[in-house]
Write a protein that binds this ligand. Structure first.
Ligand code: THU
Length: 165
């Protein structure tokens, strides 16, 4: 008998060919992320990112990356948007999150949230009964929609872990 068993983690997502093929909800959210990106404060990296969160009360809260001369003090667009949304409406649940940047000009790929943002995305999904959609969109017509945030960070640290200690 084998002393170990290999496992595979899979991530469900849809590739959407062009913004015009997004449903109205995600299109509106993408527009909010795009305009938030314009207002990003990214003088050091010059890499602007916009994000927008749709809540179940109909509110759309957007954010963008905020950098700082003390580099690690800055924050990514996703967390600025998520923290703003949940600080204003702590009892609302998240329906969808859109992230937009200008990556993909050469690669055709979409922006990919960092591990810390994924950790934050996961916790809010963990706290609510339903999962939420995550849209990642780049400057080319490459869009990816994930039905859930949870799969974006396998083996994540969850609030449950604290109870085990
Ligand atoms: N950044 C985001 O805002 N979101 C991401 O998904 C990736 C990176 C920001 C952080 C920093 O201001 C700049 O992009 C370069 O890393």
């Amino acid at each position: 008998m084998a002393s170990h068993r290999s496992n595979i983690v899979s991530i469900e997502f849809d590739r959407i060919a062009g913004e015009e093929n997004l449903d109205a909800e995600l299109r509106t959210l993408l527009d909010a992320a795009k305009s938030a990106r314009e207002r990003a404060y990214a003088p050091y990296s010059e890499f602007k990112v916009g994000a927008a969160v749709l809540l179940n009360n109909g509110e759309i809260i957007s954010g963008n990356n905020q950098e700082n001369a003390a580099y690690p003090s800055g924050l990514c667009a996703e967390r600025v948007a998520l923290f703003a949304a949940k600080s204003a409406f702590p009892n609302a649940t998240i329906v969808a999150l859109a992230v937009y940047t200008n990556t993909g000009e050469t690669t055709g790929e979409v922006p990919s949230p960092c591990g810390s943002c994924r950790q934050v995305m996961l916790e809010y999904e963990f706290m609510q009964p339903d999962s939420y959609r995550v849209l990642m969109a780049g400057s080319q017509d490459t869009l990816i929609v994930f039905p859930r945030a949870k799969e974006l960070l396998p083996f994540a640290f969850t609030p449950e872990e604290l109870k085990k200690a």
